[in-house]
Design a binder for this molecule. Structure first.
Ligand SMILES: [Zn+2]
Length: 764
């Protein structure tokens, strides 16, 4: 009873907290600010208000005290919605303009698509919003339950809940392509050859309440970790369930293209939004944006760098998906009105639909390939740098990577924990094609930062020239290319695999120049902490997790000591690399065990031989065998007296036990000795030279023939008289006349009154 009472109180508190949240701040209004000069946007932006700033005008979301600031600055503005809470309430129970789906209706369509088209459409619940609503994404692809070697592409909508067209478009698109699979050839091809992810509503509470914010009053599109900066009410990077959920979707999948839909103008806005410095992949962004723009139904749909065609913002989803994960990432603003009239819903959908299909097609152009372990052939989690650009990543389940690049010749660098880095030069990409580069990596013992998750430079001035945001410089091995974390700034890196505390120092942080600067290092098991301080360092220094009772860590946060000047190039600590001092040593062997059976009777065969290379095992009374072999592919032979041999190609995983049973079938074509004399053959398998010992000495004249598995005589090894008392023969089948191919053979030994068959394996 006590527990129930407690739960009721909790539930009541949760409902109260939820009910108290109004969609907008008290007295918040929507303004349209018109710019008289090009300087106006910069001034408005510097006020740090909630705004969407375009080139000619801005939408501003302000409370009365903020309105006073705008008035004081002399802006030319009109008040579009004098009280946003009243305006939201005017939509009644549905809370969306007439003709639009509610979040529940969108969710119901998603559920019905997943149930009607289960072979191509899967709904995956990926999280829960701050308002406890389901966050889910539709994956549309053939073999939808498998992770295939296919380019992945993500569209999301509704991050700003009051921009109602985007979620609407995405769910209509999902419905159309599911329906047209199998009848529309182009759509069928795309579903068969791509993995299409449709995240139909990033911020359900925002849609349910006609609000820009989530239920905590935070602008989710300012809450992302790459070059994050206290905007939109966000007090720390990835502070909201909505942003963590989208981030995890981006980290877990490798999107070639990521589209974050909005409205308020009509434009494609690609990275950077946090700074005016040009992104190294600008040419690829322009090329892909042109594809969308030209295949859309817009009369014109301009595109450009967010910081230039719109305004500087920090903490956007697109800058994260490009800056940390290397995707072509952007926001697309699909209508000037944030809530176009219901009779325009179909219009905006139809102008965007062909562009979405084109984008999905083009996500398969550029480069692709698989990155695998050179020994096992298993997929590798790896970063792919094109030159020194922002890296993209493989899908660790399949090892495939896909990156959109414009036609040119490129140098690829592949970096992975546990492997030697590899550079591939002269990779040529052709127009509207995809160049395949499959790469094998050699295992070595090493572990560095795999990717960055969060970066923050206090009071970052995006108008400063130079690139202060190259956080990827601190991933991979030390190379004197470093990321300046900014005065008082920080960065969070992901080591991919957990580091465990062992005796002595566990990690080493490398500074990339020769003037040591101070910093602190924190360890965490999640990208969001909690963070445990491992002390501070100056320049390159190592740290012992055990000193601070930290048993394991996967994420590290490096925080600048806040000394020195912020207004210089490369302010703050020059973070070159972080390495585990006890990286896991790659396991080089695998283990194989099983039973040797008589394929007819099903009984185990005792004293059979299981062999591969130099490893052999004689089966015990229950037919069991056990072998330790190099990991990767091994050809394993099974032989037993009176049975035909067998062999299989088996792939062993490092340090793992694999099971494999062999089934042998009794010989029918070979006549066995009736003599009491016994013979033994060694080594077996052999790469050539073999010895045959006879228990009672040889007959004077014997012939030895090597016969293959089909009974064909391959060669006559011996046909001669031997001195009396000889009981061992040394034979080299290779000496006779030709190289014998690896495989199973029978040595047939005949002498006066003597006939013996011996199974023999010739290995490489
Ligand atoms: Zn928006």
């Amino acid at each position: 009873m006590k527990n129930l009472y407690f739960s009721l109180i909790l539930l009541f508190t949760a409902i109260m907290a939820y009910a108290q949240n109004k969609p907008w701040r008290a007295g918040e209004m929507e303004l349209k600010v018109h710019f008289n000069t090009s300087q106006d946007a910069k001034v408005l932006g510097s006020l740090n208000l909630n705004t969407d700033i375009y080139q000619q005008y801005a939408y501003a979301y302000v409370v009365p005290s903020e309105l006073d600031i705008i008035r004081e600055k002399g802006f030319n503005f009109e008040i579009l919605k004098p009280d946003l809470n009243t305006w939201s309430a005017s939509f009644g129970e549905a809370m969306v303009p007439q003709g639009y789906y509610t979040f529940t209706e969108i969710k119901n369509i998603a559920d019905s698509l997943a149930s009607v088209y289960p072979s191509i459409c899967k709904k995956i619940i990926i999280g829960q919003s701050a308002s406890f609503q389901e966050l889910a994404v539709l994956k549309i692809s053939d073999n939808v339950n498998d992770d295939e070697n296919e380019p992945e592409i993500l569209f999301d909508g509704g991050i700003h809940g009051d921009e109602v067209g985007s979620s609407q478009n995405i769910i209509m698109f999902a419905r159309d392509i599911c329906r047209d699979y199998g009848t529309d050839e182009a759509i069928t091809n795309l579903i068969n050859n791509r993995e299409i992810w449709l995240y139909y509503c990033v911020n359900p509470w925002g849609r349910d309440n006609m609000s820009r914010y989530n239920s905590n009053g935070i602008d989710v599109n300012r809450d992302f970790g790459y070059m994050w900066g206290y905007e939109g009410g966000s007090m720390s990077p990835f502070s909201q369930p909505e942003s963590k959920t989208l981030r995890n979707l981006q980290l877990d999948n490798q999107f070639v293209v990521y589209t974050n839909y909005h409205s308020g103008t009509e434009i494609i806005s690609y990275p950077w939004s946090n700074r005016v410095t040009i992104a190294p992949d600008k040419a690829a962004f322009n090329s892909m944006a042109q594809v969308y723009s030209l295949s859309s139904g817009y009369t014109t749909l301009p595109y450009g760098q967010g910081a230039l065609v719109m305004y500087l913002i920090q903490g956007s989803t697109k800058d994260f998906n490009y800056g940390c994960l290397g995707s072509v990432a952007w926001s697309i603003e699909i209508s000037t009105d944030k809530q176009p009239a219901g009779n325009l819903i179909r219009h905006y959908y139809e102008v965007n639909k062909p562009a979405m299909l084109s984008l999905i097609e083009h996500s398969g152009y550029g480069i692709q390939g698989t990155i695998t372990d050179a020994i096992t052939g298993l997929p590798v989690a790896a970063a792919i740098f094109e030159g020194n650009n922002y890296p993209s990543y493989t899908d660790p389940a399949v090892g495939d990577f896909h990156r959109y690049l414009i036609p040119d010749t490129y140098t690829l660098k592949v970096v992975a924990n546990g492997y030697e880095p590899k550079t591939i030069t002269g990779v040529t990409v052709y127009n509207q094609q995809c160049t395949t580069v499959d790469i094998q990596l050699q295992p070595i013992s090493c572990q560095y930062a795999y990717r960055t998750i969060t970066s923050h430079i206090p009071n970052f001035d995006g108008y400063q020239p130079g690139d202060e945001g190259y956080s990827a410089a601190c991933t991979g091995p030390p190379d004197q290319v470093s990321y300046s974390i900014g005065k008082g700034g920080y960065v969070v890196v992901d080591m991919l695999d957990t580091i465990y505390d062992t005796s002595g120092p566990d990690v080493i942080v490398y500074e990339g120049d020769y003037s040591p600067e101070g910093y602190s290092i924190y360890a965490g098991t999640t990208p969001d902490g909690p963070w445990i301080n491992l002390g501070s360092g100056s320049g390159t220094a190592s740290f012992n997790m055990g000193t601070y009772s930290v048993q394991q860590a996967r994420y590290f946060k490096i925080v600048d000591d806040n000394n020195g000047s912020a207004n210089v190039n490369d302010a703050g600590f020059e973070f070159d690399a972080i390495a585990s001092l006890h990286p896991a040593i790659p396991d080089t062997v695998g283990h194989l065990a099983g039973v040797l059976y008589d394929g007819i009777s099903g009984l185990p065969i005792q004293s059979g031989l299981i062999a591969s290379g130099d490893s052999t095992c004689i089966t015990d009374i229950d037919g069991h065998y056990y072998l330790t072999l190099p990991y990767g592919e091994n050809i394993v032979y099974a032989v037993a007296e009176n049975f035909g041999p067998d062999f299989d190609t088996l792939t062993l995983l490092p340090a793992q036990l694999s099971n494999h049973d062999f089934h042998l079938y009794p010989n029918v074509g070979i006549v066995h000795s009736s003599s009491e004399q016994e013979a033994a053959l060694w080594p077996n398998p052999s790469s050539g030279l073999v010895h045959i010992s006879f228990k009672t000495g040889l007959p004077q004249h014997i012939s030895v023939k090597l016969v293959d598995n089909l009974g064909k005589v391959i060669t006559v090894i011996a046909d001669s008289d031997f001195p009396a008392g000889t009981n061992t023969l040394c034979l080299n089948p290779d000496d006779v006349n030709r190289k014998i191919l690896p495989g199973f053979y029978t040595l047939i030994i005949d002498g006066s009154g003597y006939h013996k068959c011996l199974k023999m394996i010739i290995s490489n």
